[in-house]
Design a protein around this ligand. Structure first.
Ligand SMILES: Cc1cc2nc3c(=O)[nH]c(=O)nc-3n(C[C@H](O)[C@H](O)[C@H](O)COP(=O)(O)O)c2cc1C
Length: 445
């Protein structure tokens, strides 16, 4: 394998029956198994056979407002499920979503250190600020609080999390039966008293093999990018095409550099939806099959809300009618801009646009043969748009199986992806350095 070639990293974002909203409707979908561990074990093992870096579970703490239409959006509590997966896999990373709005840092650090130990050094945490007031209402609050408040809390949360991992080092465990179990001299109180949290420490178990589990972040606003630049080691970004991904990566790396970090010591992984076939037509057929399962009247009505115009007489298999430019649009700009971008990139029919929105939304979609998709992936890696991808298979397990069976071997042939796991821990497999000790700790306990 040539040393000079930049290597791809892949994360599997596990979500219901697949990221296409209609995937669960397929006659052969696993809709009935979504509450069974076996389904997730099968997915994690398939991802591990493909030598992927990690599986990732998202989380929300309330039933979604459009639960009936959106299909299976409820989620297993991710720590619990990942702990189960840790016992059925041996090498793949396990990334857990952790909400800084609802967990306390002590609780989260205990669970993460436990997962890191239980998995032999494979834990990661995707730190989110959560999205809906309905989640806050399950936790005794009316609303999540404004964006600035949430990100301030997230910043303090990660800072304390790191201090807690350092407060009880692995080496403190020094079992000498006749003398000592823990070298208490290595334990440190952190005595943190901040705006959001007050934590004495130390953590009540020794850190796991990675010392600090790998921190991921997925914010896209200015504050989200600053948080990622300050703390994240892996980033789940959103980009509809290479240009958007490149702009994002340059911006976040520049922010990281301003904060005194090595801008290259970040794994930026944009979301990626793939339809892979032995021929382009076969790949397109797989995409059409899922798009044809969409409840089109409902999807058209939703589109009408996003673009604020009547879509009821739109011809499903005709090109999308011309839409006014962003400057002339008075509704929520983010979603509208995404729709304009998807139209520009894919020149879709109305049905295809509904399908693009239903699978991944603003994330990139690649459709083609293994070599077409590998070409694209190589381009993104070489331009600096991505260090790897957060795979969002439209249908699970089929689209993941296609990726593992067809695209991974093509990338291996090109020297772009590992042919065996080289390391035991998630951080090492991702090629990330150990985080430097940045926080000053208080006196020994
Ligand atoms: C791939 C990906 C996964 C995400 N997973 C979650 C999640 O599990 N729970 C959650 O509350 N937010 C999740 N988010 C949302 C982000 O954390 C963030 O709130 C969102 O991207 C908006 O960013 P902003 O708050 O910086 O504008 C995810 C975002 C992306 C791109």
């Amino acid at each position: 394998m040539s040393r000079a070639l930049k290597q791809a990293r892949f994360n599997l974002f596990i979500y219901g029956a697949g990221h296409h909203q209609a995937a669960w409707r397929a006659p052969d979908s696993h809709a009935e198994q979504l509450a069974d561990t076996g389904y997730y074990v099968q997915l994690a093992q398939l991802a591990e056979r493909g030598l992927l870096d990690a599986v990732f579970l998202a989380d929300s703490q309330a039933v979604s407002a459009d639960a009936a239409a959106a299909g299976p959006t409820w989620l297993f509590e991710p720590f619990t499920l990942l702990t189960a997966l840790s016992q059925h896999t041996s090498r793949i990373g396990l990334v857990c979503t952790v909400s800084s709005s609802f967990y306390s840092p002590f609780h989260a650090s205990r669970m993460l250190a436990s997962l890191d130990r239980l998995s032999g050094g494979r834990a990661g945490a995707n730190i989110v600020t959560s999205m809906w007031d309905s989640e806050a209402q399950n936790h005794g609050r009316q609303s999540l609080g404004d964006h600035g408040y949430r990100y301030g809390r997230a910043d303090e949360f990660i800072t304390v999390l790191r201090q807690l991992f350092e407060s009880h080092p692995r080496d403190a465990l020094q079992i000498q039966r006749d003398l000592v179990f823990t070298d208490a001299g290595q334990l440190r109180e952190i005595n943190h008293a901040g705006e959001h949290f007050s934590v004495r420490g130390p953590l009540n178990l020794p850190a796991g093999p990675q010392d600090s589990p790998v921190i991921f972040q997925a914010g896209s606003s200015g504050q989200g990018r600053d948080l990622a630049a300050k703390h994240a080691e892996g980033i789940y970004s959103v980009a509809a095409d290479e240009q958007m991904a490149l702009e994002y990566a340059r911006d976040v790396r520049a922010r990281a550099q301003l904060m005194g970090r090595d801008p290259q010591a970040l794994a930026i992984m944009p979301g990626l939806v793939t339809y892979v076939g032995n021929t382009l037509e076969e790949a397109r057929q797989k995409q059409r099959r899922l798009n044809n399962l969409l409840p089109t009247a409902q999807s058209l009505a939703q589109l009408a809300v996003f673009i604020q115009q009547d879509t009821s007489d739109w011809e499903l298999d005709a090109p999308v009618p011309a839409l006014p430019p962003l400057e002339q649009f008075s509704g929520p700009a983010g979603r509208y801009a995404t729709i304009l971008r998807l139209i520009e990139i894919h020149q879709p029919t109305v049905r295809e646009l509904l399908g693009l929105l239903a699978a991944g939304g603003g994330h990139c979609t690649m459709v083609g043969t293994p070599s077409m998709i590998a070409d694209e992936i190589e381009r993104w890696l070489d331009s600096g748009a991505a260090d790897g991808f957060n795979l969002m298979p439209p249908s699970l397990p089929d689209s993941l199986d296609d990726f593992v069976q067809l695209v991974i071997p093509e990338l291996q042939r090109r020297g772009r992806f590992r042919t065996a796991y080289e390391h035991r821990t998630l951080r090492e497999n991702l090629g990330l350095p150990r985080p430097v000790r940045r926080e000053k700790l208080a006196q020994p306990v």
